[in-house]
Design a protein around this ligand. Structure first.
Ligand SMILES: C[S@@+](CC[C@H](N)C(=O)[O-])C[C@H]1O[C@@H](n2cnc3c(N)ncnc32)[C@H](O)[C@@H]1O
Length: 245
């Protein structure tokens, strides 16, 4: 099995059926989606013409539920996409438990998959920074294939910052990747570009950026074993909205 998939599945293992019925998943989603809610709120305030009502939304990297509730409340048509079968199974149970509409698809953005339609909005909820090497090119092919010609791709991603410090078991290599030591080997788990490099990567894909924000106050913690890691050592955040060429 893909080593990264193993790591993601392991991260969702503690979410037992009891986790869903005892409202712990609601609390988890509130917490992990907090940055996304704030992003969408300030983004929509800047583009008052944006209305999700009746629109097809694809959330890539949705994990164990993602933004299904947010987009149900907006009367949008929601699809969550993630390659962790564990996360998708929990997300589907949660959807049934909360009687939410939408669907979840288990698949890899780096593989040739047929979703059979395009989407008015694609929202990346922290997936891009999980992709390294050639996978990033495949990711952009996926986004461009499934974004409607007049659609918008909205993405929040970790970026490098000068004060970055890594805990034991992690390294930062010359390819701008954070690697994690697993069974004596180093697995790349995140790609941490500088803000300008990330902007250039989007432009090189022929995408037109209409919203770009470097969020030095918002840090994301990729070090799962170190939940209290000092925020000033963590990667910072970039927020983007783009259209096709
Ligand atoms: C950092 S988590 C983000 C989860 C959630 N959206 C959040 O903000 O807390 C990244 C998610 O992307 C998924 N993922 C990683 N690589 C993927 C790929 N190649 N294709 C689809 N999903 C992937 C993982 O399973 C994981 O659920």
């Amino acid at each position: 099995m893909n080593r990264n998939l193993e790591l993601y599945n392991a991260a969702y293992k503690h979410m037992t059926p009891d986790f869903i019925s005892s409202n712990k998943l609601d609390a988890h989603l509130e917490l992990t989606n907090d940055a996304h809610f704030r992003f969408l709120s300030s983004f929509c305030a800047q583009f008052p013409e944006i209305n999700f009502y009746g629109k097809d939304i694809l959330e890539v990297g949705c994990g164990a539920g993602g933004l299904i509730k947010y987009f149900n409340d907006k009367n949008a048509l929601y699809t969550g996409f993630d390659f962790s079968n564990m996360a998708i199974s929990i997300a589907r149970d949660y959807q049934g438990f909360r009687a939410l509409s939408g669907e979840y698809v288990c698949g890899n953005v780096c593989s040739d998959i047929n979703l059979g339609k395009t989407y008015d909005f694609i929202f990346d909820s922290h997936l891009l920074h999980c992709l390294t090497g050639e996978d990033r090119k495949k990711y952009f092919e996926f986004i461009k294939k499934y974004l409607a010609s007049d659609g918008r791709f909205i993405c929040e991603s970790m970026v490098f910052q000068k004060g970055l410090k890594l805990p034991v078991g992690y390294s930062y290599n010359e390819s701008s990747e954070i690697t994690k030591e697993v069974n004596g080997g180093d697995i790349p788990i995140r790609k941490l570009l500088k803000f300008q490099e990330l902007e250039n990567e989007f432009k090189a894909q022929g995408l037109t950026i209409d919203y770009l924000y470097y969020h030095s106050e918002l840090s994301i913690n990729p070090f799962v074993e170190y939940s209290d890691y000092p925020a000033n050592y963590l990667p910072h955040t970039a927020r983007l909205s783009v259209r096709l060429g």
